[in-house]
Write a protein that binds this ligand. Structure first.
Ligand code: ADP
Ligand code: MG
Length: 680
């Protein structure tokens, strides 16, 4: 199928290239859109992708200020249920092509304020004078749906001869048609049958690629095997710490996770595990145990957090958890004074320091370790891919031969489907259970002055009981400085007004690290009753006596961010309340108030927003799929994952005769998967 497809004219050829049609194979994979899946304008949901069939009401072009940019085309379109505003970029000719009255099929994403971001468009089949049964294809300038149809008809015969890289037993098992049948079906109106097969291919190749990369790394790169209790001076440290210092029993989820992590550490290739734990589920304890295992074996450990506040907090928590055990531990951040830093780096390089906690400051070039064996990356989704792996290079020996064990941690639960896609090369362990005695947080949606007065009264009640409160200020997206100003104003207003009888403090991103640390320390020590803050408190802050949180303009936050914020309360023995200001009819806020389970909220988030938007996915640079749709194809993904694993177990390099076509197809597909490769 590598034969080049033929089109009349250079323009058509360019258009075809733009659409990714350069070979007969590419042409045959260019499926028509399914009009049956079209929605009416009134049923569109913000953030979701959809297909609509509409009529153009008015259309005009508008120059763009940026130099070198072609004018925008703006159109008002409508179906019988309502109007829609659409913008086309870079296609000024559309003004002539789609005059008022033209019926269009648009595919894209519905956005706020009744706008529709178009990802593909075409006149309806009746518009181009074909019968209604004729499928319409996504098009580009210079190549119409009819031309594509003609080319497809000419080449469809070739499809019958197309070799199928997928082994027959695999197709049978997943009830998938062979490739020629799928392609023919796709161009003859049986779109779903074709789509399922092609979606499987996409998912299967991604999984093969990720798993192959992972197993290669496991073979090539070694790590210190930290098996058992070690035999140096610190032998038996983990057990001693658990029995003598830990003030509570581990939850059974924690026990299980710890077992898995310790067993990973015992192997001679590097652990790459993602510990995905509900907010407050106690990940820090697992991290400490892993680090102590390194110390037990005479090795070093490092823990990296995305913000200075969080690093400070971890440092304090770890010191408390370590208790009276004698373990040299230090904190390194951007605000560590130069002399202290120099001293610390000396002790790290000599091996005198056993554990170091810090921010990005840890990955600077002159930070060298003597024997780094365990790395913990907290809130790992906050780091770039390169930052996450920068500590790998700091292990003893060359990074090609030896790397530390890495425990990635996140409190942003990623639905399993996405975890498999974006983090396919990490092992995943979940912590769902919360420590005993935690009371679920009650969340109330509020709006208007009456609710506001009642909310402040509710907070004062808690404060009189000796509890503490967070007030989270509205998100100002334009700049950190504006955000800080808004928070300061709110602080002054509350301090002089609603909370005049209480001790109020302020914390925002523009304060100096020392000021932030001081505010946080005062709040943690109970010297401050109300902390007025921006989202700098989003992660990690652990003050069990704080039992109430007021969130302003909650609709501006994403679901996972809201969940993170709310996770700052409900950490102690007292019942907690979250007062959430925003439109009560908001689907997102209603879901937020109804569920305390972060995994559940992540699934809902995925439903509401579609896969591309979710935190983590976008950051991992994951490629958009052409045929697979998440989360709907989650089951297909599980199948693809399983089959990929089985095949690689049997034939790691895909060398068996029956797998050679598969290997070749994978190499071809890899070009399209570069975005995923960057993430891995
Ligand atoms: P997160 O998973 O959000 O990072 P932390 O590790 O900060 O959670 O733990 C939250 C709080 O719960 C801390 O105060 C910690 O000491 C406490 N904690 C952790 N594990 C347990 C447990 N098994 N029993 C009781 N309290 C626990
Ligand atoms: Mg934490």
């Amino acid at each position: 199928m590598e034969e080049t497809a033929s089109y009349p004219g250079r323009k058509a050829k360019e258009a075809a290239e733009h659409l990714g049609i350069t070979t007969v194979g590419g042409l045959l994979h260019h499926l028509p859109r399914d009009r049956r899946e079209a929605r009416t304008v009134s049923t569109l949901v913000v953030g979701e992708q959809a297909t609509v069939v509409v009529e153009v009401r008015s259309i005009s072009s508008r120059p763009v200020r940026r130099r070198g940019m072609r004018p925008l085309v703006e159109a008002l379109v409508a179906d019988e249920t309502g109007p829609l505003q659409v913008t086309f970029f870079n296609q000024p000719w559309l003004v002539k092509r789609y005059p008022p009255g033209t019926r269009l099929v648009l595919h894209g994403t519905y956005e706020l304020r009744n706008r529709f971001r178009v990802s593909s468009h075409a006149p309806t089949a009746d518009e181009i004078g074909a019968g209604d049964e004729v499928a319409h294809y996504p098009t580009a300038e210079g190549l119409s749906s009819t031309q594509i149809l003609a080319a497809v008809r000419e080449h469809l015969g070739a499809a019958r001869l197309a070799p199928d890289p997928l082994p027959g037993r695999l197709r049978a098992r997943h009830r998938l048609p062979d490739l020629p049948s799928a392609l023919i079906a796709g161009h003859s109106g049986q779109l779903e049958e074709a789509r399922r097969r092609l979606a499987f291919d996409e998912l299967f190749y991604v999984q093969l690629d990720l798993l192959r990369r992972r197993s290669r790394r496991a073979i090539e790169v070694g790590a210190p095997a930290l098996e058992g209790e070690g035999d140096g001076p610190q032998s038996g440290l983990v057990e001693r710490w658990k029995s003598e210092q830990l003030p509570f029993n581990l939850t059974s989820d924690q026990e299980r996770a710890l077992g898995v992590v310790l067993s990973d550490l015992g192997r001679s290739h590097p652990m790459q595990r993602l510990l995905m734990g509900e907010v407050g589920s106690g990940k820090t304890v697992i991290a400490l145990a892993a680090m102590l295992r390194a110390v037990e074996h005479g090795q070093q450990a490092a823990m990296m957090a995305p913000t200075e506040t969080l690093a400070n907090q971890h440092f304090a928590t770890l010191q408390t958890l370590i208790g009276s055990l004698n373990i040299p531990i230090a904190l390194l951040t951007g605000s560590t004074p130069a002399a202290r830093r120099r001293d610390m780096l000396g002790k790290l390089a000599s091996g005198e320091l056993a554990i170091i906690v810090g921010t990005h400051a840890l990955i600077e070039d002159d930070v060298l370790f003597d024997r780094l064996a365990v790395v913990v990356v907290d809130e790992q989704h906050r780091f770039g891919v390169r930052q996450r792996s920068a500590l790998d290079a700091k292990a003893a020996g060359s990074p090609r031969e030896s790397a530390p064990h890495v425990l990635h941690m996140t409190a942003t639960p990623i639905p399993r489907t996405l975890a498999l896609l974006g983090y396919g090369d990490l092992d995943v362990t979940e912590l769902r259970e919360l420590p005993k005695g935690r009371k679920p947080i009650q969340t109330h949606l509020a709006s208007g002055e009456r609710d506001r007065a009642r909310a402040y009264e509710r907070i004062r009640e808690e404060l009189r009981e000796g509890r503490q409160a967070f007030v989270v200020c509205p998100l100002v997206e334009e700049s950190e400085a504006l955000q800080a100003r808004a928070a300061s104003a709110e602080f002054e207003r509350l301090e002089a007004g609603e909370f005049e009888d209480f001790r109020v403090a302020l914390m925002h991103g523009q304060m100096r690290p020392a000021e932030k640390a001081a505010a946080m320390a005062a709040f943690a020590a109970g010297e401050v009753d109300v902390l007025v803050a921006t989202t700098v408190i989003e992660v990690g802050v652990d003050v069990p006596n704080a039992t109430v949180m007021l969130i302003e303009n909650a609709e501006r936050y994403g679901l996972s961010q809201l969940h993170q914020l709310r996770g700052r309360i409900g950490r102690g023995e007292h019942a907690s309340t979250c007062l959430c200001f925003g439109p009560k009819e908001s689907e997102r806020l209603t879901a937020f108030a109804a569920h305390n389970d972060g995994f559940k909220l992540a699934e809902i988030d995925l439903q509401l927003r579609g896969e591309g938007e979710l935190t983590g996915t976008r950051q991992s640079g994951m490629a958009a799929f052409r045929f697979a749709v998440m989360p709907d194809d989650g089951e297909l993904l599980e199948r693809a994952r399983l089959s990929a694993r089985e095949i690689l177990e049997q034939d790691p390099e895909l060398e068996m005769a029956e797998h050679v076509p598969l290997r070749e197809a994978l190499e071809r597909a890899r070009g399209e998967m570069t975005a995923i490769a960057i993430a891995a």
